[in-house]
Design a protein around this ligand. Structure first.
Ligand code: ME8
Length: 518
């Protein structure tokens, strides 16, 4: 049986519609999930919405709605976005599901059984926007006497009776865990932040609330609902079938929690501490990706520069957006986007390079060979050299993708595309038609093989368009094993496969008018 691979995104707060940052995270996780499926792993990919907490309560109050109605409406937009962006999730989880209540109460009970929960009084600072408690030493002064969290969000003084989790007890076990698993928190800068935070000492964590009731009830403690992060983090276990078994044995621990840099503390400190307490295995990796900036500016509702990912996908195409985000933003760092940058990148790499290569080659074959796959013809060392360059580019892509160097992987793939374009220019198959048809056949056949392998390689990033190129070549396989199967060509030729006159797959994009962008 194939080796399991469990990947998750953060679950998103449905207190508003999804923005491009949410889309970015889903797209990156989707490409990684597809990549592992191609490599033959049994992938479980989960995304969803995080629907409890005070932020949801306050947003619903402002809109004059019931919280559940707000959650239902907004979660729907996230679900719809995932589908439109070709996100191949196996489960879209909502934290209001009964199965999730059961999982959250089970992990709570396990932490209680370990003696790690006690009742006391919390007095301290809370940021509703971050749904996070902060210590006095972490705060700064904002305008008008407002105190600000390290994330720059306002905090308010909170005092109530709550349950506490003995986080302090886990300081040393956590440090031991990081030391024994140097790769567990990525990238390196995030790991260093976490180490500094934990080395600085850990206070026990308030893990229930009594001032509102929108949350998972604490078992045996009427009036208390769980702190939203306790149930939110537990979604990863719910999705694996915890506590009733289900697939927990198969898919837990998760291989990768892909999240943004602002929530690394929750995933790399609180989550492993909860799991240690509940005697469950710890995740293999937490990767904190960077933030997307709109033309270099932080997006916020007040500046009015929040970008709707569906509008961008509508203007430029889902695959152009997916390709741009993974190619132009160095994975793990902040990155900036603009309409111009999307158009420039998609045109340079997809329309003018890979798209043009496929379109020229396939339409020439359709027109001049009635679509029949070129015969072996007269080969030349340049043919094997090209296929070796393409194989090297594809192998580099796979190695870099596996290491989550996504942008670099795409650069490697482009090396393969460029090699093909140089080969076409040097071999000039169009002029060989009259002068040397034997040589023309060999060149076109070499290009067909190269295009097929480049399309399989890039498939996780641009699944619809790469899939269409492969369809034009009559290729059903999308997996890595197909790259090692060079005999496909002879089989297809023997079976009499013919290339139909192709419709272009990668349109040349034009920048949308300012009115369309807004
Ligand atoms: O934090 N660029 O939800 P969320 C890139 N519910 N990524 C961004 C971003 C940006 N501009 N803005 C946000 C939560 N993100 C919790 C998570 S998980 C158990 C609970 C990322 O809707 C952010 O870093 O505020 C996070 O990974 C995800 O979007 C959801 O953010």
């Amino acid at each position: 049986m194939a080796e399991p691979y469990y990947i998750t995104t953060a679950i998103h707060y449905p207190n508003g519609k999804p923005h491009i940052g949410h889309a970015y995270e889903m797209i990156a996780a989707d490409a990684i999930a597809r990549f592992h499926r191609q490599a033959g792993r049994d992938v479980r990919f989960q995304t969803g919405t995080d629907e409890h907490g005070l932020k949801m309560v306050q947003t619903a109050r402002k809109r004059g709605m019931e919280v559940r109605a707000l959650a239902d409406e907004m979660s729907g937009y996230f679900h719809e976005m995932a589908d439109k962006l070709d996100i191949s999730y196996d489960r879209f989880i909502r934290t209001v599901e009964p199965a999730h209540y059961a999982a959250s109460q089970a992990i709570w009970q396990a932490m209680a059984d370990a003696g790690d929960l006690y009742l006391s009084r919390y007095e301290g600072w809370y940021s509703v926007r971050d749904e996070a408690f902060y210590e006095e030493k972490e705060l700064t002064d904002g305008e008008g006497g407002v105190r600000l969290s390290p994330q720059g969000t306002p905090v308010e003084w909170t005092a109530e009776e709550t349950w506490f989790f003995r986080l302090s007890k886990y300081q040393q076990p956590l440090l031991d865990f990081y030391a024994a698993n140097p790769e567990v928190i990525q990238p390196e800068s995030r790991r260093n932040e976490v180490l500094r935070f934990v080395e600085g000492g850990l206070a026990d964590l308030s893990v229930s609330r009594t001032s509102f009731d929108w949350g998972v009830p604490v078992p045996g403690s009427p009036g208390h609902v769980m702190y939203v992060w306790v149930d939110a983090l537990t979604n990863y276990l719910t999705g694996a079938g915890y506590p009733d078994g289900g697939d927990t044995a198969r898919f837990w621990p998760a291989d990768l929690h892909l999240i943004g840099k602002d929530i690394v503390r929750f995933h790399a400190v609180y989550w492993p501490a909860f799991l240690m307490s509940a005697k469950l295995a710890l995740p293999r990796q937490v990767f904190g990706h960077g933030f997307l900036l709109n033309r270099g500016e932080k997006m916020s509702k007040s500046t009015g520069n929040v970008v709707d990912p569906m509008a961008l996908a509508g203007l430029y195409g889902v695959d152009a957006l997916r390709y741009f985000l993974l190619r132009d933003i160095s994975f793990g760092q902040d990155g900036t986007f603009s309409d111009e940058a999307i158009v420039t990148r998609a045109n340079a790499d997809l329309a003018n390079s890979f798209g043009n290569l496929a379109q020229r080659t396939l339409s020439f074959i359709a027109k001049n060979l009635e679509g029949a796959l070129p015969s072996p013809g007269r080969s030349d060392p340049a043919d094997a050299a090209l296929l070796a360059q393409v194989a090297e580019a594809s192998a580099a892509f796979r190695a870099e993708f596996a290491e989550l160097s996504l942008g670099q992987a795409l650069e490697s793939w482009m090396r393969g595309v460029f090699a093909c374009n140089q080969y076409i220019d040097a071999q000039a198959p169009w002029s060989l038609r009259k002068t040397d048809p034997e040589r023309m056949h060999a060149v076109l056949g070499t290009l067909v093989r190269a295009i097929r392998d480049l399309a399989i390689t890039i498939w996780p990033v641009i699944p619809t368009s790469a899939g269409r190129v492969l369809d034009q070549l009559g290729q059903d396989a999308r997996d890595h094993a197909a790259l090692a199967d060079a005999a496909w060509y002879v089989r297809a030729a023997d079976a009499g496969f013919r290339i139909a006159p192709p419709t272009p797959i990668f349109p040349r994009l034009v920048l949308a008018e300012a009115a369309e962008i807004a």
